[in-house]
Design a protein around this ligand. Sequence first.
Ligand SMILES: Nc1ncnc2c1ncn2[C@@H]1O[C@H](COP(=O)(O)OP(=O)(O)OP(=O)(O)O)[C@@H](O)[C@H]1O
Length: 350
Amino acid sequence: MSDADLDLTDPVLASEAELAFEGALRPRSLEEFVGQTRVRGQLQLLLSAAALQQRTPDHILLAGPPGLGKTTLAMIVAHEGGRPLRMSSGPAIQHAGDLAAILSSLVPGEVLFIDEIHRMARSAEEMLYLAMEDFRIDIMVGKGAGATSVPLDLAPFTLVGATTRAGLLPNPLRDRFGFTAHLEFYDESELEQVLSRAAAMLGLAIDREAVAEIAGRCRGTPRIANRLLRRVRDYALVHASGSGRADVESVRAALELYDVDPLGLDRLDRAVMLTILTRFGGGPVGLNTLAVSVGEEAETIEAVVEPFLVRIGLITRTPRGRVATPAAWRHFGLVREGGESPATLPIDDL
Ligand SMILES: Nc1ncnc2c1ncn2[C@@H]1O[C@H](COP(=O)(O)OP(=O)(O)OP(=O)(O)O)[C@@H](O)[C@H]1O
């Protein structure tokens, strides 16, 4: 995907250029990692105890929405312990054999990072249970009645699994992690720190007020913060009459150009909200109906759009579906008339 196709506030998608940009800005130590104070303290203890006992740290599960720093933390776990890191992902492990190939080639003490671990094949998951517990796997040799299982010892390793959907992991897998970290959305002062650090690394002069303006629009997510900062830098370069300094006016202008509103809502969020408000009279509306109405996958709505809209108080989830709050009616300047559905907006407004 090229940068031009990128949805600025999508915490998942990343263009090639952005991956390189992210790589350059990634904190390399727990000390540099901003926010998540509790998780940082827990990880520090776990790593220090393992170092004192000269053993591999326990397996770690990192759970939380996209873009909050799971991959960064996995890299830090490896880096802080001076250990090599192998990176893989659930969708790349579609057969037990894929996992066996990875596990059998690990060197002692290696950190194995499996992103989106909830999307791994079931057969691989079962192989992982034994590997995590006993550093051993059973490999099936031959087929049918003549098939035999041959045990294979593995080098001790630390598995770091990341998931946006901890609830989808089977209990036996979840139970085998020595430590589970739940990453939370960042508050605005933490995001200001992320942004100031990134601006300094990019050599971008930026006003404090401008940093605060971006922090309020990045949905509690460092990945989005860095992405918005990049667009603001471009805008300041082109428009700030040669000074290249980013002020609050350039932030507002740049983000308006890219369709990011003052609450950080993007086109898809607005489409979801306006669908609930205008087509379904404020709800309740079911997830699948909503997904079809806005032409997006239910999983994206559930994992990416909805947590943010719930968090900022624009919708609530009820057993009968999603319901818009009074704050949502106010934000969109719409009025709910006597419990009746407001007039339907033209589709172009969605
Ligand atoms: N605590 C943090 N401090 C500073 N920068 C951060 C922090 N967390 C994340 N970032 C920045 O945000 C970017 C995205 O983080 P990362 O790739 O680790 O997220 P993720 O949770 O693994 O996302 P995904 O679930 O999509 O893989 C990183 O490049 C990093 O620059």
